[in-house]
Design a protein around this ligand. Structure first.
Ligand SMILES: *Cc1c(COP(=O)(O)O)cnc(C)c1O
Length: 474
């Protein structure tokens, strides 16, 4: 972008040498904002964001850090890429669903759908009749079509919202029967028992941490029972002397059974034999199943509610539904995830370990750096899915000292002792070249210094030190 080389000073020419009183030579805000070199940025980002960059660059002139005629260049260098502070990152952590990194990356079809729905869209309008239409009918039908015949569906903000709605509509002022082994913390301090009791339902805890039998549940069923809840322990495993009754035994207790499967698998997946799925839970008699759409389904954040039509209708009619319903963007992306090509998460899950090794070797060979190796690794589903299921993978291994520079370039890897691993399992193959170029640029300059205009400003450049790593929980 051409930069106007003229000094943008409006200070009176009183013969003061430049720098004698920097305040007097600070170019005025209006004059800088009117600079043609900033016109594109004003249109793309809006005046307030450009003005904020101008204000901080003016401060740098005042302190003498930059000269007045460097101000526009400094503004251009400091401008954010987008009008949002959310920035895309390359997930090379080896954790497929990383809650800190936005969980499932959307398929190209879902991204297209987001753009198509971003303007005005027929989300509640029937183009054929010109009348009001059922909201999100396309997404609801796509979800229904992906579920066993006879099941009806609802879509809310996330799985926590699905559980909140179910507890409020079916058990407020009554009891939810749940095993002591399934009172889980979802992540970030959110605990399922707190969420459920916040609705006005009471928890009736049964069994023990490691063993709960069908008889424990049966003994607790009574006139106050709203429903029995079975929760998939999706972010931890308990091994050893354990027991939890199967879905079909809980379904026979004579009260509604809700199964929170967590990860959003609508049907069994061969690589994850122990991960519960909606089809199997419904076949075994669950009355409702709840799940997250941004876990193994590979879609946008949403809560899926699937099962008995009379129960889903009760949830739909409850006043709280309106507060938990999803927007047109989610509906669009979810429908495209369900109807379109397999989302990236499924390709990552199904990736062949040999292909991952070849990708790592290609990347390592292309990096003009010393001390680059290829190493076998174990990747994880993460984000509340298939805990303890190892996914064989390969990574490019670099010295750990590369971590801050790569993080500044938005390549997120995994530290393993003195090495930084860039695991190929959590990265879509289409991103391999971007990864190669980004790593090369970030590490080719001394100490990972960034010469390009998109580099973070010193204030936002991540500090060295303990990096964000695959989080626990979800
Ligand atoms: C992830 C998870 C939740 C929370 O789902 P969100 O979509 O993040 O609200 C609830 N229950 C289980 C079992 C989970 O794995």
């Amino acid at each position: 972008m051409p930069v106007d080389p003229r000094p943008h000073t409006t200070a009176p020419n009183d013969g003061t040498p430049n720098g004698a009183d920097p305040r007097r030579s600070v170019p005025r805000t209006d004059a800088v904002l009117a600079d043609p070199a900033l016109r594109d940025a004003r249109e793309r980002l809006g005046r307030p964001l450009v003005k904020a960059a101008v204000t901080s660059a003016q401060q740098r002139v005042r302190t003498g850090e930059i000269a007045p005629d460097e101000l526009v260049t400094a503004v251009l260098a400091a401008l954010p890429e987008h009008a949002t502070t959310l920035r895309p990152v390359l997930n090379a952590t080896g954790v497929l669903l990383h809650t800190n990194l936005g969980r499932a990356p959307l398929s190209p079809a879902a991204r297209d759908a987001l753009t198509a729905a971003a303007g005005c869209a027929d989300v509640e309008y029937d183009l054929a009749t010109g009348r009001r239409g059922p909201r999100g009918a396309g997404a609801l039908t796509a979800l229904r079509d992906a579920c066993p015949p006879g099941a009806d569906v609802q879509i809310v903000n996330n799985n926590a919202a699905a559980l909140t709605l179910a507890a409020t509509a079916l058990a407020a002022g009554r009891e939810i029967i749940v095993s002591r082994g399934e009172l889980v913390e979802i992540g970030d301090g959110f605990r399922l028992p707190d969420l459920l009791t916040a609705t006005g339902a009471r928890l009736r805890e049964v069994g023990t941490t490691n063993r709960t039998t069908a008889a424990d549940y049966a003994d607790a069923v009574g006139p106050d029972t709203g429903f029995v809840l079975k929760v998939h322990p999706s972010n931890f495993t308990i091994k050893g002397f354990t027991y939890a009754p199967p879905v079909n035994e809980l379904a026979a207790l004579g009260v509604p059974l809700i199964v929170d499967i967590g990860s959003g698998l609508l049907a069994p997946h061969p690589a994850l034999p122990d991960e519960p799925d909606a089809r199997t839970a419904l076949r075994d008699g669950a009355h409702l199943v709840t799940a997250s759409a941004d876990k193994l389904l590979g879609g946008p954040q949403a809560g899926l509610i699937v099962g008995d039509p009379a129960l889903t209708a009760r949830l739909r009619r409850h006043p709280l539904y309106r507060a938990l319903r999803v927007d047109k963007l989610t509906l669009a992306a979810l429908e495209a995830t369900l109807r379109g090509p397999l989302p990236p998460v499924r390709a990552m899950l199904d990736a062949d370990p040999d292909a991952l090794r070849r990708r790592a070797e290609t990347l390592a060979a292309a990096l003009p750096l010393p001390d680059v190796r290829v190493t076998a690794t174990t990747a994880l589903v993460g984000g509340g899915g298939a805990p303890g299921v190892p996914l064989p993978s390969h990574a490019v291994s670099l010295p750990a000292a590369a971590e801050p520079a790569l993080r500044a370039a938005r390549v997120i890897g995994r530290l393993d002792h003195d090495r930084l691993l860039l695991d190929l399992r959590s990265l879509h193959p289409d991103d391999d070249e971007t990864l190669r170029d980004t790593v090369t640029n970030a590490l080719a300059t001394p100490a990972g210094a960034h010469a390009d205009a998109n580099a973070p400003t010193p204030a936002e450049r991540p500090a060295p030190g303990p990096p964000a790593l695959p989080e626990e929980g979800n």
